[in-house]
Design a protein around this ligand. Structure first.
Ligand code: AMP
Length: 181
């Protein structure tokens, strides 16, 4: 019997309790990336709704969003734009601050990475509180990109990230849900 997407992904993702701190279950996608069939399936599913539709760029959030987003961009034959932690990009950047559990951080992208009105999808491995993706969407919207969707392999629905992104007018696509944080 062929496995469902849910079964394939659930068995390929490794759960690491109490990492990086007590009470958090870290959803480790390195095991998924290491399994060719699971990696391909995840990328195919992320791509599926946008195949044959105009997408100009895929924006990926450092660092796991680079791996998945790069594969998605390749399959859609469109460009890839890295959204990075501050200080890593060499040319002129736009920057946005966002809240982490403790304190704030900043992310940035190159000013010339996306043209006005370009159609973009955002990719990361996981959405939890949605704070990271919210900042990335705001950065893209500030550059007047049209953010077509924000796509993640994993959703932690108990943390409510999805609605934060939807409030910005951006649909959210996720492939599998895990309870808790
Ligand atoms: P958030 O801003 O709360 O939505 O957190 C999303 C970012 O933190 C993503 O880049 C994830 O890779 C990472 N992240 C948050 N929680 C987890 C978790 N339980 N397991 C793995 N990565 C996580």
């Amino acid at each position: 019997m062929t496995e469902t997407l849910e079964q394939t992904l659930r068995s390929a993702i490794r759960n690491i309790p109490d990492y990086p701190k007590k009470g958090i279950i870290f959803r480790d996608i390195t095991t998924l990336l290491g399994q060719p069939a699971a990696f391909r399936r995840a990328v195919d599913e992320l791509v599926h709704p946008y195949a044959g539709r105009r997408i100009d760029k895929v924006a990926g959030i450092e660092a796991r969003g680079f791996i998945l987003g790069g594969a998605v961009a390749h399959q859609l034959s469109c460009g890839f734009v890295p959204i990075r932690k501050k200080g890593k990009l060499p040319h002129d950047t736009v920057r946005i601050a966002y809240s982490l559990e403790y304190g704030i951080d900043e992310m940035e992208m190159h000013k010339d990475a996306i043209g006005v009105g370009e159609e973009v999808i955002l990719v990361d491995d996981l959405i939890a509180t949605g704070g990271t993706a919210e900042a990335a969407v705001k950065l893209l919207q500030r550059m007047e990109a049209v953010v077509v969707a924000a796509c993640f392999v994993i959703d932690l629905p108990d943390l409510g990230g999805r609605s934060k992104i939807e409030q910005l007018g951006v649909p959210v696509r996720t492939l599998i849900e895990f309870e808790g944080d």
